[in-house]
Design a protein around this ligand. Structure first.
Ligand SMILES: Nc1ncnc2c1ncn2[C@@H]1O[C@H](COP(=O)(O)OP(=O)(O)O)[C@@H](O)[C@H]1O
Ligand SMILES: [Mg+2]
Length: 94
């Protein structure tokens, strides 16, 4: 209990440390792991070229950004794709 609340508070506390902001991505409505990448892109208003792997395109478009991505309720969306979840976490550290 309190995970979302803690997440939002941590984001608020760290806002000034990230030049490109702190972003909260809500995965609760998403059941299909394939939609995780587009949910992040939509939240960030990033338009993906749509020619290659969506996650690779997202990472490419964010790699010069200094931002914190907070993912809420992402366990369900990624439980069938543990490898993809780890790769997604690399985006958070960018
Ligand atoms: N430290 C706290 N003190 C009082 N109420 C809290 C605290 N943390 C969370 N809550 C309340 O408990 C409920 C669940 O919190 P939430 O952050 O949504 O939990 P979770 O994301 O783990 O399901 C919310 O109504 C929230 O306002
Ligand atoms: Mg929650």
């Amino acid at each position: 209990m309190g995970k979302t609340r803690v997440c939002l508070q941590v984001g608020a506390n760290l806002l000034e440390r990230f030049a490109d902001g702190v972003w909260f991505v809500e995965f609760a409505p998403i059941g299909d792991p394939e939609l995780v990448t587009s949910a992040i892109a939509t939240t960030l208003s990033v338009r993906l070229p749509g020619q290659g792997d969506p996650l690779a395109e997202l990472v490419e478009s964010l790699k010069t950004q200094e931002m914190l991505l907070l993912f809420d309720n992402c366990e369900h969306s990624s439980e069938r794709r543990p490898r993809r979840r780890r790769r997604s976490c690399a985006v958070v550290r960018k």
